[in-house]
Write a protein that binds this ligand. Sequence first.
Ligand code: HEM
Length: 509
Amino acid sequence: MKAQTPMHEIDRDDIQGLLRSGYGHHTEACFLLLRIKDREAARAWLAAAPVTSAAMVERPVGTDASIQPEPLPETVLQLALSSAGLRALGIADDVIEGFAEEFVSGMDGDANRARRLGDVGASAPERWQWGAGQRVPHVLVLLYALPGHLDPWRRTIEQQCMAGFDTLACLQTADSLDREPFGFRDGISQPKIDWERQRPARDDAQLAYSNLSCLGEFVLGYPNEYGGYTDRPLLDAQRDTQATLPRAEDAPDQADLGRNGSYLVLRQLQQDVRGFWTFLDGAAGGDTDQRERFAAAMVGRTLQGVPLVAATKASDAAASSADLNAFTYQSDPQGLRCPLGAHIRRANPRNADLPAGTRGIISRLIRTLGFDEEALQQDLVASTRFHRLLRRGRKYGAATLAESLAGPPGAPVGLHFICLGANLARQFEFVQDAWLTGTKFDGLTAESDPQLGTRIPAPDGTPTDGYSIPQPDGSDRRITGLPRFVTVLGGGYFFLPGIRALRYLAAAH
Ligand code: HEM
């Protein structure tokens, strides 16, 4: 019998490395979408698959020169399963039903979900290349490698998988990681996860925005920002007689199938790079500086990643991610520096629980009860800490913006968007639906995310294809007629299990 992990300890050998690292050194990557064709062969492979753990990719913290870090593994494998995959493996229905409803029904699960996520028109699941109907992957294998090592690694894994799986698709990625296809520096802002578990679970005194998130926001089986444990399948101990699974912190007599796992969202987002820049060129009347200013206003950062709201100089573009990320929107309530609807402002409004205001009990009461009209508006986007995403996407297609613009029209270019979170509804779906796709945000109406919007008019006919850039005189500069720049080509929800949970699933009958 394996020793149980004490409550307060985190078993880094059990957690997949993707929760700890974006594998920035592993510039080569591809993602295999597999369907199970032979259950026993699939189980046998999953039982021994060479999954990379957090412990294998962690770097020592601090400056002790005597500590020599272990060399990074040349190759990395991460593994996730869809609910269709769990069914195909023969996992009992009541166990599957212990997972989140969104995961169980799947990203393509119902028309209502598709509408909320903006998966309509050209992005509708019935038009996807993969992710709907018979093209829902059962298993997602993420392969990463240091430069020059991916091809043999991929061949090895494909060889191993041949007996148990059919390959639905192999999603290729571009090797250059710092810029996304429209040309903006990417990968700057990420939540900082409280791996040391020092943040109090449920911090009612947290009134200012903080980038630190409770472990349980991203890893199942630990307290989240509400101080509770996110629901996940907890099993009677008799269903785990080998004690393969860790026991639940909040229910120690139960085996925790979720612990050390997370949910993974994958969406293939095709970007019309030429369309984006051609449109902005037209809106700017051919003025290239103005075109770049419009582009930055849509994202909330310059192409070099400098946040529009911060008093950072353009020459600070070489600054570290931490420097480029040290700001909130408190000093720019009208959106005069960074428009209210800019992509990064929608995706993470950087508000705390209560709208900003002067200190003092009366002021706090007024704000809490919502008597202050301005505060009410801010309330719509408050409590960012419950809606953070750990982004792990990779771009595909041309390596640079110049190559994209020179390439043939319609060439495959875009983002394999990946994010991790312990609660699909409260994190990915909320951000995608309420903040990015929603046409009412922070006092704005009739527009959605300037990069991601579907541009399909609201049910009452209101157009959604505008973009407002607030001006100092109180008016808005409106850009209208935005076309669709991003189309969804596929997507799915997956469970990224703890490694013990993976072995359990491979053996469970
Ligand atoms: C093709 C589609 C997309 C493009 C081109 C894109 C581009 C960008 C860029 C350039 C940044 C700024 C760099 C940074 O802060 O790291 C950013 C930040 C971000 N994006 Fe996206 N993005 C896309 C899709 C999405 C989607 C689908 C979501 C969520 C559902 C999302 C959520 C975020 C978040 C949370 C941030 C960080 C905001 C912050 O903390 O300030 N993005 N994105």
